[in-house]
Design a protein around this ligand. Structure first.
Ligand SMILES: [Zn+2]
Length: 256
């Protein structure tokens, strides 16, 4: 699949549940995110037909960074991530330590100020919220924003425990000065009217944070707030067995 010069590699995050997809973007020798290790049989052939010279990781979650090591071992590519993710991503996993003769050529490095390819430039922009080590990549001349897991939906109702609504709001504010035409989301694919959609998400999060904080300060419990603001069941909450939850989102509004 292609969008302009952007080559999209799309696969299910998990072979046992095909509804949730991950999108990797390949432009001009640069691969943005690498996909989960569990999808290696699908991803390796896709990587082998491309000339990967640089890799940009949006954050250290396994569905984004899981194949970075394989790429590092099979391509002479520069692999970049947020400085907070460097030691985590470079750590040799236990199953590799079992085989002492493994070739360990892989090292990820902290992002430079700008990543250049033959035709484009990409600005890494630290955008915490989903994780502390989250980075978006912006092609400023094209208005392309590779948003990792920052965007996904403008109206999230569930969060992971570590997600921070304050950090999301700060990150979205940080992106406001840029002309974003198209968002390239790691899970939802490409989204038009990028700037407007980022604005929608920012407004929504500001409103939610205000409403939750007011109720919390008036003495409502988290469960009462949930009943008022998010009365409907959320699919992702059920599917993730509560890893993503409405209560996590509510607590993040007044925790910090
Ligand atoms: Zn993630």
């Amino acid at each position: 699949m292609k969008h302009a010069d952007i080559d999209i590699i799309k696969t299910a995050v998990n072979p046992f549940y095909s509804a949730m997809k991950i999108h990797l973007y390949y432009i001009d020798g640069l691969l943005i995110d690498t996909g989960p290790f569990i999808r290696k049989r699908h991803l390796i052939p896709a990587f082998k037909t491309r000339d990967i010279r640089q890799v940009a990781l949006t954050h250290s979650h396994e569905d984004h960074a899981g194949m970075a090591r394989w790429i590092g071992d099979h391509f002479s590519a520069d692999i970049f991530c947020h400085e907070k993710a460097v030691s985590f991503i470079n750590k040799t996993p236990w199953y590799r330590r079992l085989f002492s003769d493994q070739h360990l050529g892989f090292t990820a490095r902290a992002y430079p100020d700008v990543i250049r390819t033959a035709q484009y430039e990409f600005l890494p922009i630290a955008t915490p919220g989903h994780t502390v080590d989250h980075v978006c990549l912006l092609e400023p001349n094209k208005g392309w924003l590779f948003s990792g897991d920052l965007y996904i939906t403008p109206y999230p109702k569930v969060f992971l425990k570590q997600e921070s609504i304050n950090a999301y709001i700060d990150s979205l504010n940080k992106l406001m000065p840029y002309d974003v035409n198209t968002i390239f989301c790691a899970h939802e694919g490409f989204i038009h009217n990028g700037k407007e959609m980022l604005n929608r998400k920012l407004d929504y999060l500001l409103n939610i944070r205000r409403d939750v904080t007011e109720l919390h300060q008036s003495g409502f419990t988290d469960r009462e707030i949930k009943k008022r603001l998010f009365p409907d069941k959320v699919r992702l909450e059920l599917m993730s067995f509560g890893l993503f939850s409405r209560l996590n989102l509510i607590r993040s509004c007044y925790r910090e």
